[in-house]
Design a protein around this ligand. Sequence first.
Ligand code: NAP
Length: 289
Amino acid sequence: MSRTLAAKPRSAALADEAARLVAQTLAARGGKPPVLAAVIATEEVDALIYTEQLLKQAAAAGLAVKKISLAATAGDAEISATLKRLSDDSDVAGIILQSPLPSGVDRAHVVAAIDPSKDVDGATAANAARLAAGDLDGTLLPATAAAVLELLRAHEIPLEGRRAVVVGRSSVVGRPVAQLLTLAGATVQVVHSKTPDMGAITRTAQILVVAAGVRGLVRGEHVAPGCVVVDVGIHADGDRIVGDVDAESVSAAVGETGALSPVPGGVGPMTNAILVLQAAQAAARHAAA
Ligand code: NAP
């Protein structure tokens, strides 16, 4: 059996840090709490439940929360106008645009209406450009990608000089994870749906991050003993949640010297903790400006 890379207790420490920052900000704002706003334009039950959980965690840190529910048929113009209004509201410190978006809506186009200083999920071109330039100072990062790195750091997994493979090249997870691992000193290779013989590459990984959106894609035969595997995937399986990694065979294959992040209890809760912390940091910067 491999080691388990759980989010706790590090996610709880991040929640405490967020609460401390919000408390400081309250003093600077005459007791008025800064707002984290979530815009949601879907009827997907999982997304609605996820948004409620996230906003509950933000409220626990002392942020005021605002959920803006748009119709699942909302178009680019309505979503952009909502994001622009929140960007212009001085009480709003952070803005999240929840996935999935209505069909036909261009995410890259609508996120352009988010003020980059309030972009707590690092979705805007301005924050992506800062990450690409290696400027992490005060940059709001894509939260799930930042959560992967936080999980590895929390478990003291060395990154410098190690060989990492990332499965997936999406702009929200795969690519930013690869950038952050590179900045941390790892040598990184990215594989995706067009990569022939993915296993030949993943078996060379000392660190393997899997963000493919395909349930159970990575199995025991895809990993080497001692590999540290981070599973980003989330899939409902009745009343269970499972990942992109087949946990049983991968845990056995990486063995006692390897590690695997659990689903649930790994990247998911760490992502929420990062979102709330980035909202608190954005609020603190706004209050100080
Ligand atoms: P996405 O936009 O669908 O991207 C998936 C990526 O995986 C693409 O680059 C795709 O390649 C690649 N891929 C798909 N099938 C593959 C295969 N058979 N072999 C190798 N690569 C393959 O998904 P995403 O938004 O990055 O999300 C990935 C997973 O993470 C999903 O399960 C999602 O639910 C989960 N997620 C979790 C969190 C969290 O907080 N834990 C947050 C966000 C997402 P191509 O580019 O060639 O199509």
